[in-house]
Write a protein that binds this ligand. Structure first.
Ligand SMILES: Cc1ncc(COP(=O)(O)O)c(C=O)c1O
Length: 438
C-alpha cells in the first residue's frame, strides 16, 4: 500500500508484523518498535531503543505474571496513526501532550514526523524539551502562572500562548516585558454538545466578548491565532464546520487579519457503545469547511489531537484480586489509569488472560457482564461498565483494558499507595480500532 493513501494506518503493511513470532526486520514505519520476541513467551532486548518488546500483551502476562498493573505501549500503532494524521490533516498536527506525556510516546510521535507539541504546564514544557530538544511547543492553557510564562518564554523559547481574557493577555505582556515576537491565540468558547467529554464552561471567551479580545490580541501579536475545542471524543464531524463558521463570523465582524486557525482536539477513538463515524469523514468535513471560506485561505491551519492519536497505542493490564458476584476487585482504578471508567463511566474494551498450566482450566467461552472496584478504600473507586468477560473469570486472572494510550497513565495518583509505572512495549494489535485493524 502506498504511503500517500488515505487508507487508515492499521491496514498498512507495518502492522502485519504483529502476527509474526520470529525476530524480523521491521518496515521503516515501525523501526522504533525494535524487534519482537523470537519465542512467544520470552522477551528480547534489542539495542535500538533498549526496550523489551513483547510479541503481545498475552505473551507479557505469560512471561511476567505481573503483580502490579502494567502499561503496554504499541509503538507501531502510534507511529502509523500519527503518519496517517500527518498525511490527512490539511495543516499542522500538534500533539496534546497531556494525553500521554511518556517520553517513549513523545519519541514515537517524533519518529512519525510530529514536530509540534501542545503543552499545558511548565512541567510538560520541560518533559518535551528534555525528550525532544528540537520540538516546537505551544503553551495552549488559557490560564498560566506568571512563573510558568516567564520560564516558557525566557528559558525554553516558547512564543505561542493561548488566552481567553484581557487579564491573561496583560499578564503575558507584562511577564515578557512587552515582547513583540509573541504569537497569541484567542480561545473561543464553543458548544460541546456532540462530545462525550464536554470541555465547555471552563475556558473560552464568549462570542459576545470575543471581538474586543481579538482586536487587543491582534495589536499585541506578531502572528494572531484563534483556537477552540469542540469537546473530547467529538461524535459529529460537522461540529468542526460549525465552529469554523463562528470564527469566520468574528473575522467579518472585526475585520482583523488572522494568521493561524487552530481547530483544537476532539477527534474520537472508539469504545464499546461509543462508535463514532470513521476518522476520514472528519478530515473530509474539515477540508470542505476550509474550502468554503476563502477568508481562511491564507491562514495556517493547526489541530491539537490527543485521544485519537494515541488511545489505541496503549493498554493496561490489571489483575483480579477478588470476585464478589459480578463485581471484580482489580489492582488499578479511578485513582490510577482508569479515571474515565469511573466518573464519566467510559466502557473500555477488555480481554481476559489466564495463562495455561498450574492446574488452571481454560477461560469459559461464555461471557457475562461485570463491574470493577479499584484497589483504594474509596467507594468512588468504582467502574460500573458493563465489561464483558468470560463468566468464570476469577481471582488471579488478568485483564487487558484497551484504548488507554490516552488519558490512562497520565491520570495516575498514588492515593492509598497504589501506583505502578511498569511499562512495556508490545507488538500486537489494539483490542478495538477506529481504523479497523483488530
Ligand atoms: C487545549 C487542548 N487541546 C487539545 C486537547 C486534546 O483533546 P482530545 O484528546 O480530545 O483530542 C485538549 C484536551 O483537554 C485541550 O484541552
Amino acid at each position: 500500500m502506498k504511503n500517500n493513501t488515505s487508507e487508515p494506518p492499521g491496514r498498512q503493511t507495518g502492522l502485519k508484523l504483529a502476527r509474526r513470532t520470529s525476530v524480523i526486520n521491521l518496515p521503516k514505519d515501525s523501526q522504533i518498535a525494535t524487534a519482537i520476541s523470537p519465542a512467544m513467551h520470552a522477551p528480547v532486548v534489542v539495542p535500538v531503543s533498549g526496550e523489551v518488546v513483547y510479541h503481545s500483551v498475552e505473551a507479557m502476562v505469560h512471561s511476567d505474571r505481573p503483580v502490579l498493573p502494567v502499561h503496554c505501549l504499541r509503538p507501531s500503532t502510534i507511529v502509523s496513526t500519527a503518519k496517517w494524521f500527518l498525511r490527512q490533516f490539511p495543516g499542522e498536527v500538534m500533539y496534546a501532550v497531556k494525553t500521554n506525556p511518556d517520553p517513549r510516546v513523545l519519541r514515537y510521535l517524533a519518529h512519525a514526523g510530529v514536530k509540534h507539541f501542545d503543552v499545558a504546564s511548565i512541567v510538560e514544557v520541560k518533559q518535551v524539551a528534555d525528550t525532544l530538544p528540537d520540538a516546537k511547543m505551544y503553551f495552549m492553557h488559557p490560564v498560566k502562572s506568571r512563573e510558568a510564562i516567564a520560564s516558557a518564554y525566557f528559558e525554553y523559547g516558547v512564543r505561542d500562548f493561548s488566552l481567553d481574557s484581557h487579564e491573561e493577555l496583560n499578564k503575558i505582556l507584562e511577564v515578557t516585558h512587552g515582547a513583540t515576537d509573541l504569537n497569541l491565540y484567542v480561545r473561543l468558547a464553543m458548544a460541546n454538545e456532540n462530545a462525550a467529554f464536554s470541555l465547555a464552561g471552563k475556558f473560552g471567551v464568549s462570542m459576545e466578548d470575543a471581538p474586543a479580545l481579538i482586536l487587543a490580541a491582534r495589536a499585541a501579536s506578531a502572528k494572531l491565532g484563534i483556537c477552540f475545542h469542540v469537546g473530547s471524543q467529538c461524535m459529529d464531524p460537522q461540529a468542526y464546520g460549525r465552529a469554523v463558521q463562528h470564527v469566520v463570523d468574528l473575522l467579518d465582524k472585526t475585520g482583523v487579519k488572522l494568521d493561524i486557525l487552530d481547530i483544537g482536539g476532539g477527534f474520537p477513538s472508539i469504545y464499546p457503545g461509543l462508535m463514532p463515524p470513521a476518522l476520514p469523514s472528519y478530515m473530509k468535513a474539515i477540508k470542505k469547511t476550509l474550502k468554503s471560506h476563502p477568508q481562511l485561505s491564507a491562514c495556517k491551519i493547526v489541530c491539537e489531537p490527543g485521544r485519537a492519536l494515541v488511545a489505541e497505542g496503549g493498554s493496561v493490564v490489571v489483575r483480579v484480586e477478588l470476585r464478589k458476584g459480578n463485581m471484580l476487585y482489580i489492582n488499578d482504578g479511578t485513582y490510577g489509569s482508569l479515571f474515565d471508567a469511573g466518573h464519566p463511566g467510559f466502557v473500555y474494551p477488555v480481554k481476559a488472560i489466564r495463562p495455561e498450566g498450574q492446574g488452571k482450566e481454560k477461560l469459559s467461552p461464555e461471557v457475562a457482564e461485570f463491574g470493577f472496584f479499584g484497589p483504594t478504600c474509596d467507594s468512588l473507586d468504582t467502574m460500573k461498565g458493563p465489561f464483558h468477560l468470560p463468566k468464570d473469570i476469577a481471582e488471579g486472572d488478568w485483564i487487558e483494558i484497551g484504548q488507554l494510550g490516552s488519558y490512562g497513565a497520565t491520570m495516575r495518583t498514588n492515593f492509598n499507595g497504589f501506583y505502578s509505572d511498569a511499562t512495556v512495549e508490545v507488538a500486537d494489535k489494539p483490542l478495538l480500532s477506529i481504523f479497523g485493524v483488530n
